[in-house]
Design a protein around this ligand. Structure first.
Ligand code: SF4
Length: 168
């Protein structure tokens, strides 16, 4: 089992991630305030099917997390397509026999010019909600797993982005 998990980390890096780690799902933190940051502070709120209010609530995510033990946490920067890596890694894990594999990316979905809001997603095999859109405290979750992440104080600062693939 451990061997295939390491191969998932390697795959994420080959796809462009800066790093990827096998983590315990009990280090993933959800919080009710995360959704408020989407609603009051992000202009993508309500504009994408992968964002609140359409994405899973923190309560729903917390329930889902109870059914997993291990996940891959993927780290990238502003040049990394975290959501694409997560979708591919979810598929790879699924085809490797991990039938519950489910990924969460970073930021709003950019797969269509205009999102099919209020209807069905046009690319359900690829589109995934971000960790934050699913009510996960990404800062705390990253720090719990020894990644360095700080609040950016200017648009010139180098950003950190994270995605999560629940595996087992
Ligand atoms: S794939 Fe298209 S329809 Fe689906 S969430 Fe993304 S932008 Fe919206």
């Amino acid at each position: 089992m451990e061997k295939s998990f390491q191969s998932f980390c390697k795959f994420a890096k080959k796809m462009g991630a800066i790093s990827a780690k096998v983590i315990s799902v009990d280090t993933v933190v959800t919080a009710p305030w995360v959704r408020l940051k989407c609603q009051y502070g992000c202009d993508a709120y309500g504009e994408y099917l992968t964002c609140p209010p359409y994405s899973p609530t923190p309560e729903k995510t917390r329930e889902v997390l109870k059914h997993y033990r291990k996940a891959i946490l993927v780290h990238g920067d502003g040049y990394t397509d975290i959501s694409k890596i997560v979708a591919k890694l979810e598929r790879k894990a699924f085809l490797s026999g991990y039938h519950k594999a489910y990924g969460m990316g970073a930021g709003p979905c950019d797969l269509c010019n205009t999102c099919n809001v209020n209807k069905l997603c046009k690319k359900p095999y690829e589109a995934r909600p971000s960790m934050e859109a699913s009510g996960i405290d990404v800062f705390k979750t990253a720090r719990n797993n020894k990644f360095k992440i700080e609040v950016l104080k200017s648009p010139d600062c180098k950003g950190n982005y994270f995605g999560l693939v629940l595996i087992l």
